[in-house]
Design a protein around this ligand. Structure first.
Ligand SMILES: [Zn+2]
Length: 172
């Protein structure tokens, strides 16, 4: 599976593999890599949002113990990001973002109390050891022998869309 290249930002050794699931209907109850049943792991995920925002989101990922793989649901991440930015910086909503790694839980909790700026999280962040490209599912249906099922196109973002775009205006 293809991997996303990124520059290391966190001060701690890299940890976990990571993948985004862009399909709202897909619960990822089985691991996309090994097909074993997944569990859950709640962990603060550090997300870089263009142009220069760093957000630590305490989020419950699907987790495969065997592959050490965290899977985050794209629509949930975008829902939480939208809720976070809607007051402070609504113009950022809809920008490109990248999940960078995980923040030590104790540091994340302390940050909530003391209102740490997110750059202070960086020394306590582990970049993802492997950042896979978004999960791809093949489209369900009947196919002729030898015919390869096409990749299912994920639905467009619901919340994480530019507020001044026509699409958002219709929805809100
Ligand atoms: Zn697995």
């Amino acid at each position: 599976m293809a991997k996303v290249k990124q520059r290391q930002l966190g001060g701690l050794p890299p940890k976990y593999s990571f993948m985004i699931n862009p399909y709202p209907e897909e619960r990822v109850s089985r691991c996309p890599l090994c097909d074993r049943k997944t569990g859950q792991r709640k962990i603060p995920i550090l997300i870089h949002v263009n142009p220069h925002h760093l957000i630590a989101l305490n989020y419950t990922c699907r987790y495969c113990r065997d592959c050490d793989l965290l899977v985050a649901h794209k629509h949930e991440i975008e829902y939480y990001l939208t809720a976070l930015f809607i007051e402070q910086a609504p113009d950022v909503i809809g920008n490109d973002y990248l999940a960078v790694g995980t923040v030590e839980k104790s540091v994340w909790k302390e940050g909530l109390k003391q209102n740490q700026t997110s750059t202070e999280f960086l020394p306590h962040t582990s970049d993802f050891a492997t950042h896979y490209q978004d999960l791809q599912l093949t489209r369900a249906g009947y196919y002729q022998a030898g015919q390869k099922p096409p990749i299912a196109v994920p639905p467009p973002a619901q919340d994480w869309v530019k507020i001044n775009s026509n699409q958002a205006r219709i929805k809100r």
